[in-house]
Ligand binder design. Structure first.
Ligand code: GRG
Length: 295
């Protein structure tokens, strides 16, 4: 399993999800142009499309087709993009660059950035709700994604992350912060795809463990990239965690130990896939990609 396999998988899923996102935005006929343009600016600024790829990949693994997960995949990318827009605001991380472009509040102003985030979050649930009649699992998926994005998911994790700044926190709190801020949505993406494909029993349990492990591995790798990565590759300034006195893996354990922990966590993700055959190879490639990536 190589980085090239993971990149090819991500590129194939990104093409699908971007076509679908364009068609959803085509339905924003009654929205003010300024709002639509602001949303387009952030949504089509690149990005790995990891969460949609996980949802589509899990669905395909279970039922051989990724189409049932396409609305949820788009919704996950909308929620993720909203979180980046809001995270970059002056009231939060106050970043000027994201996905290789000036942040939305820099080009459209803070009010528009807040509203574009609001519109994306709301649209995500609209897109999934419209699809719910055709798949009985969709209601559960909507509830799980809402939970993953909400007060005891991403939004709660962001609050903990802010409270941790400048504090000496222990490993338990660091893991919980990461699990909520980043892991919850990544885990929900895997479960969404699997549930929409009709996964049950051991298959859903294994994929849930896979999602939890790659969510954590992803965040450890993100912390490492903030120290060792290049601005050109990751599309945002590096070193901001240190500047903001963020509690991160490298800050708590140093780089070498963080790399070891990232690899061990990726191995747990691979172990969770043990019961699957070649249909899980894309996910095996992704587990390697997540800890060895440069973007
Ligand atoms: C504002 C409610 C709210 C939450 C913000 C996601 C988040 C919570 C903050 C983003 C800050 C950050 C850099 C978190 C680290 C993990 C992360 C989400 C990185 C960016 O995700 P990628 O690498 O981004 O998947 P792309 O651009 O590839 O989609």
């Amino acid at each position: 399993m190589t980085q090239a396999d993971a990149n090819a998988f991500l590129a194939e899923k990104a093409r699908k999800v971007e076509r679908a996102l364009e068609s959803y935005l085509g339905t924003w006929k009654n929205a003010p142009n300024t709002l639509r343009e602001a949303v387009q600016y952030s949504l089509f600024a690149g990005g790995k499309r990891l969460r949609p790829a996980l949802a589509l990949g899990a669905c395909e693994m279970i039922c051989g087709d990724d189409a049932p997960a396409l609305p949820a995949a788009c919704a996950l990318e909308m929620i993720h993009t909203y979180s980046l827009i809001h995270d970059d605001l002056p009231a939060m991380d106050n970043d000027d660059l994201r996905r290789g472009r000036p942040t939305l509040h820099k080009v459209s102003g803070e009010a528009m950035a807040i509203l574009a985030g609001d519109a994306l979050l709301t649209m995500a649930f609209h897109v999934m709700a419209r699809d719910a009649r055709s798949n009985p699992a969709a209601i559960q998926v909507i509830a799980e994604i809402a939970e993953a994005a909400g007060a005891w998911g991403m939004a709660g994790g962001q609050v903990m992350d802010m409270a941790n700044e400048g504090q000496r926190i222990d490993i338990k709190r660091l893991i919980l912060t990461h699990a909520l801020k980043t892991g919850a949505l990544i885990g929900a993406a895997v479960r969404a795809g699997a549930l929409l494909a009709g996964a049950k029993g051991e298959a859903i349990e294994s994929l849930t463990r896979f999602g939890e492990a790659i969510g954590l591995a992803f965040q450890i790798a993100d912390d490492i990239l903030d120290v060792t990565g290049s601005e050109a590759a990751i599309g945002k300034p590096v070193g901001s965690d240190v500047a903001n006195e963020k509690a991160t893996y490298p800050a708590l354990f140093g780089l070498e130990q963080s790399r070891k922990l990232a690899n061990e966590t990726a191995q747990q993700a691979l172990d969770a896939l043990a019961e699957f055959g070649p249909e899980a190879d894309h996910f095996r490639a992704l587990a390697h990609f997540i800890v060895n990536r440069d973007r």
